[in-house]
Design a protein around this ligand. Structure first.
Ligand SMILES: Nc1ncnc2c1ncn2[C@@H]1O[C@H](COP(=O)(O)OP(=O)(O)OP(=O)(O)O)[C@@H](O)[C@H]1O
Length: 763
């Protein structure tokens, strides 16, 4: 009350009709109260005794006035709309609580027991009449709050009534105490809830509220204690009461302290929980991130595994297909071998029955070769890759280990790469050495095998040199023909035919046609029979080696060549020479039809390097070279695609992508034997293309065509040069000249005038 002396007066002034006593304004009550405080204290108090009042005021009187003041104060608060909701124990204002406690104290003082304990304290020490507390907070609750003087002057029935009222009040106060207890319990419960962990902000507010309440309670209690100390009975008489009060106070203080401690502990706990909560939130966030990350990673792994499984499944499927192919190839090979054996047996039997016993051995020796070399090749299903290095300035960027299973090592753009090939010929290797390695394959044609030898490489690396060679040092083709004719001897057991075409700017031209070369149409053979047909292609019977050389020279001269920056006599086309060797079959059994394809591919080249970059109308030659280079590269690319498909054993092989691959289809079919002679340059400026060529050759080396098997000769019709499966039929072919007759009038002279290239070909 001493802490805020101004407010009571102000609040009382604005509400004259409240519970406040009309004849005693709040200011007056306050003055009285402060006067009491001053008078009850020491003499240096704020002047109560100095105003002439008696020095002693009874405790009861003082409490009555204090209660009166507080009740007026409560009334004022209520009138300003600050009325508390008494149904909620937590909302009971401290002022009401203190007032209630004061009233309880007063009731106790006025009770018989209180009067016994405090006989003097309830009596005013002097003759001061305390004011009548008619404006007490609740007339019903405290009917007997009246000055002690009045009580003394009352009649006995009135006294009894007072006592009953006091008892009621006592019960009421006890009820209030019970309520307070309940409040405390509720607070404890709330604190418990807070402990459980309600929202941090609400909890803090609640804690602050409770702290304030505790503070107010503490203040009210200390005020009560002060009042009790000041207005209590004399030390001698007050001892038991003081002790009791002190105990009660101690209890209250203890409870207060407890509540404070609890609050403090709760606050600390809340702080800890907050920190823990923050930590948990952080951990949760981190956990979420980690989980997301893990999920993402696992998803990626699963996807990768799935992709791997798919790839594996695809490869397994492919492997299955390959296996099926191998099985069928094996079956076919067995059947082929069987029929070959049957043919040989029947041929031998026929020979035996026709001739005498003395000639048996000789004829057996002159019979169809058993094809031992071919049988050796049968075991190698792969395309064989031989590599020949062009003579030139030695470079330390290309090194080699020559011989069978040799290697070529390149150092290109800081990468060292080693390529292993079936055979590596050093730059100084002779034409003879190269052919020796191919001879067995060439001779296997006599046993009915299909053999294809093709040269591949960058322009100017010696493909034509290796295939044709100069007259003084012939290459593979002349040597092969010579070897074949030597092997065949003069027995006339074989029927040899020859055809020769070139593919220039994707046009197929007959290099041995008796007249100007015509563009020929390439078609797929009849459905189910396989193979291809070249309509109008001339097949020449070759009676002897001399005629064969003449024909080859003629075809070679008809081939399109031109001078480029890389090669003075660069072949601008792919040339295919096809030699068919049919055994003159005995009447009792079928013969064989071997085929030898000799393919001199045009060189792969970079347009700018080959000096073929001209595009202007004036530079017609340059434009022509550029066009040639483009078609050459495109067809070589198609050949690479075919090789890749064959190597991967894809069900579809893109033979139709270019004329070159279409014509090579029979030569690269199942059961055929193919040999690639790779020509490379060791010049540093050609290193890029050397590496590309070696890579291509390495890939080709992995292509499996299946075990080689001989072919049976067709019963009739024109021999098939480009399709070993099916004879050319449907479109009539050019009449085959009779054996021994020259192919054309100009053939003997070797002139190309009779078979002059068309106007669009370079002369
Ligand atoms: N091993 C070799 N020994 C001697 N000379 C060679 C050898 N290889 C190539 N040459 C020479 O190199 C030049 C080019 O050779 P060739 O015409 O055969 O190359 P190419 O690869 O056929 O070129 P293109 O693809 O342009 O037709 C020729 O003059 C040839 O004589």
């Amino acid at each position: 009350a001493a802490a805020d002396p101004g407010n009571p007066a102000q609040s009382a002034r604005g509400k004259p009709g409240g519970r406040r006593r009309p004849d005693k304004p709040t200011a007056e009550l306050w003055t009285e109260l402060t006067g009491l405080v001053g008078s009850s204290g020491s003499e240096d108090g704020p002047g109560g005794a100095a105003e002439g009042r008696p020095a002693e005021v009874s405790l009861e009187e003082a409490l009555v006035r204090l209660a009166e003041f507080l009740s007026v104060q409560l009334g004022a608060e209520e009138s300003f709309g600050n009325s508390a909701d008494l149904s909620k124990p937590g909302d009971v204002p401290p002022l009401l609580t203190v007032t209630g406690q004061l009233l309880a104290l007063l009731a106790w003082i006025r009770s018989p027991r209180g009067r016994q304990v405090l006989p003097q304290a309830t009596q005013p020490a002097s003759g001061v009449q305390p004011p009548t507390p008619t404006g007490s907070p609740s007339q019903e609750e405290s009917p007997s709050i009246s000055p002690r003087g009045e009580a003394q002057g009352q009649h006995p029935p009135q006294l009894e009534e007072d006592q009953r009222a006091w008892q009621r009040l006592e019960q009421l106060i006890l009820g209030q105490l019970e309520e307070l207890k309940q409040q405390l319990e509720l607070q404890e419960k709330e604190l418990g809830q807070l402990r459980v962990g309600v929202g941090a902000t609400d909890s803090e507010k609640r804690v602050q509220h409770l702290t304030l309440e505790n503070k107010a309670l503490k203040q009210s209690l200390s005020l009560t204690r002060d009042l009790l100390l000041h207005w209590g009975p004399a030390p001698a008489n007050r001892a038991p009461q003081e002790q009791e009060e002190a105990e009660a106070l101690l209890q209250l203080r203890g409870r207060l302290q407890e509540a404070q401690d609890t609050t403090e502990a709760l606050r600390v706990q809340l702080g800890v929980q907050e920190v823990q909560l923050q930590g948990l939130r952080g951990a949760l966030r981190q956990l979420q991130q980690e989980t997301e990350e893990n999920c993402r990673r696992e998803l990626q792994q699963v996807r990768a595994q799935l992709a791997g499984l798919r790839a594996r499944m695809a490869s397994l499927r492919q492997g299955c297909g390959d296996l099926r192919g191998l099985v069928s190839t094996f079956t076919q090979s067995c059947q082929g071998s069987l029929s070959e054996a049957r043919g040989q047996v029947s041929w031998a039997l026929g020979a035996l029955s026709a001739g005498g016993a003395g000639t048996q051995l000789l004829e057996a020796q002159q019979g169809p070769p058993t094809g031992c070399p071919g049988r050796l090749l049968e075991l190698k299903g792969n395309i064989r890759v031989l590599c020949r290095l062009r003579p030139g300035t030695p470079s330390n960027l290309v090194s080699l280990e020559p011989g069978p299973g040799g290697t070529v090592t390149t150092r290109y753009r800081g990468h060292r790469r080693r390529f292993r090939l079936d055979w590596v010929f050093p730059p100084h290797a002779s034409q003879e050495e190269v052919f020796r390695e191919l001879e067995s394959a060439v001779l296997s044609c006599l046993g009915g095998y299909s053999v294809c030898i093709f040269t591949y490489g960058q322009t100017g690396t010696g493909k034509t040199y290796s295939m044709e060679g100069p007259p003084e040092d012939p290459g593979i083709a002349p040597r092969a023909l010579q070897s074949l004719f030597r092997e065949m001897g003069t027995g006339g057991q074989h029927h040899v035919t020859l055809s020769m075409v070139e593919i220039y700017n994707e046009a197929v031209r007959d290099l041995l046609a008796p007249g100007p070369p015509q563009r020929l149409a390439v078609r797929q053979g009849p459905a189910g029979e396989g193979g291809i047909q070249v309509a109008g292609l001339t097949h020449w019977d070759v009676p002897n080696l001399e005629s064969l050389h003449q024909m080859l020279n003629l075809g070679r001269s008809n081939r399109a060549t031109a001078a480029t920056a890389m090669n003075q006599h660069s072949s601008r086309s792919h040339a295919l020479v096809t030699l068919t060797l049919r055994t003159a079959s005995p009447s009792s059994g079928p013969g064989t039809a071997g085929t030898l394809h000799l393919v001199d591919l045009a060189g792969s080249e970079r347009a700018w390097k080959a000096g073929a970059a001209g595009t202007s109308h004036e530079d017609r030659d340059g434009a022509q070279r550029l066009r040639e280079a483009r078609t050459i590269n495109r067809s070589l690319l198609a050949l690479g695609g075919v090789m890749a498909a064959l190597r991967a054993r894809r069900p579809h092989v893109p033979f139709r992508d270019s004329q070159l691959t279409r014509l090579l289809q029979p030569a690269l079919g199942p059961g055929a034997t193919a040999v690639l002679l790779l020509q490379v340059s060791t010049r540093p400026e050609d290193l890029g293309e050397t590496v590309c060529s070696l890579k291509f050759a390495e890939r080709v080396g992995r292509v499996e065509l299946g075990p080689a098997r001989p072919r049976r000769a067709p019963r009739s019709g024109t021999p098939s040069s480009l399709s070993t499966d099916t004879p050319l039929s449907g479109t009539p072919c050019t009449a085959t000249p009779s054996p021994g007759s020259p192919p054309s009038p100009g053939l003997d002279s070797g002139s190309s005038s009779a078979l002059a290239p068309p106007e669009d070909l370079p002369s």
